[in-house]
Design a protein around this ligand. Structure first.
Ligand code: FAD
Length: 322
């Protein structure tokens, strides 16, 4: 089977970023999944074992100090070396800030082609085909590369399941030094306000809209999110009204999410909001207006007041046997 390279992002602590699971699952459906990393020091054994558990048949690590001090380029160098050595049929990266940058630059460098924001990938007679949800989720379309290497960014959370676990064989190469010009002087972690999962890639998202009415009332969204172990999202109207930080905005000009469960509270379902959540596996909406467009995409809808429905839901969740 052909190698499928996955660009695995590492956390600042050297752990495996959450996006790796979906990438390796997608790669396993196309060929032999290979995890590629740029790292300042060789990966710890538990990280290699973790990548094997997520389905990586091989780990290709490019090791050198620039991986910690230079922005973007070390990952590109690692991927370039891996492409030359392993001649993959395709390269997958998360549709994250880093993933998009590496994928685009790799496509240019290898003379291949970039396919952005896929929500599925499949192989048809050896040709790799990516699926996309476009125009606010109104259409599903497919794309393929006619010539050269396919470099595909995959929307986080869009790929379900996990590749079969195994133990990954490790190849270590030296990361070329001094190739990048943008040096990292300092890194400041964004303040974490709660122990909630990160919005991008969360399995469950609870989002609130203008229907919440105030910043104080928006706490109801957070309470339901905490009861479900979910991330908090919001419509742009809720963000613009100051109910919640902009980082929570879901939609065309916010974050795109593909969780297993998306709960929309007091959100009308404007096309710009749907663009960021319509690929969720199950959508639940609570809205007091039965004609609200959110019900057109909801799998389950409750026509009712969020201040009546949501406290009852939180109560029922609390009473649930664990
Ligand atoms: P509204 O449309 O005002 O809807 C509020 C809903 O709450 C209504 O359906 C109402 O029935 C319901 N409601 C009110 N009170 C209650 C209650 N007590 N109980 C239950 N339901 C109640 N929007 C985004 O979300 N994300 C984006 O990324 C985004 N990008 C945009 C980009 C552009 C270029 C433009 C032009 C717009 C963009 N928008 C985006 C804005 C978008 O068009 C909508 O204005 C916005 O999504 C509306 O947010 P909302 O549903 O919270 O508010």
């Amino acid at each position: 089977m052909a190698n499928i390279l996955t660009f695995v992002e590492l956390t600042r602590q050297g752990g495996i970023a959450a996006s790796a699971r979906g990438l390796l699952a997608a790669a396993a459906g196309l060929g032999t999944p290979v995890a590629v990393v740029a790292t300042p020091a060789a990966l710890a054994d538990d990280v290699v074992a973790g990548l094997g558990a997520l389905g990586a048949a091989a780990v290709y690590q490019a090791v050198g100090p620039d991986a910690a001090t230079v922005l973007g380029t070390p990952a590109l160098e690692a991927m370039t070396l891996a492409v030359a050595a392993l001649e993959p049929a395709a390269v997958l990266a998360a549709n994250s800030v880093d993933g998009r940058e590496v994928a685009a630059r790799l496509a240019v460098r290898t003379g291949g082609a970039l396919i952005a924001d896929a929500v599925s990938v499949r192989s048809d007679s050896g040709k790799i085909i990516a699926g996309h949800s476009v125009f606010g989720g109104s259409y599903s379309v497919e794309s393929a590369v006619e010539g050269g290497l396919a470099v595909i960014t995959v929307r986080q959370g869009a790929i379900e399941g996990t590749a079969p676990a195994g133990s990954a064989e490790v190849t270590t190469v030296a990361l070329p030094q001094g190739t990048g010009t943008v040096r990292i002087d300092a890194v400041h972690d964004a303040p974490v306000t709660a122990s909630r999962p990160e919005l991008r890639g969360a399995k469950t998202v609870v989002s609130g809209g203008r229907g919440l009415g105030s910043k104080e009332n928006f706490a109801l969204v957070e309470q339901l999110a905490d009861a479900l172990g979910a991330a908090v999202g919001a419509s742009r109207a809720a963000v613009d009204a100051g109910y919640v930080a902009q980082t929570a905005q879901v939609g065309q000009t916010g974050v795109s999410v593909s969780p297993q469960l998306y709960i929309a509270l007091g959100i009308s379902g404007a096309i710009q909001h749907r663009a960021g959540m319509q690929t969720a596996k199950v959508i639940v909406a609570v809205n007091k207006d039965a004609d609200s467009p959110i019900f057109e995409v909801a799998d389950f809808g409750v026509v009712g007041d969020v201040f009546t429905v949501v406290p009852q839901l939180i109560e029922a969740l609390a009473a649930r046997p664990r």
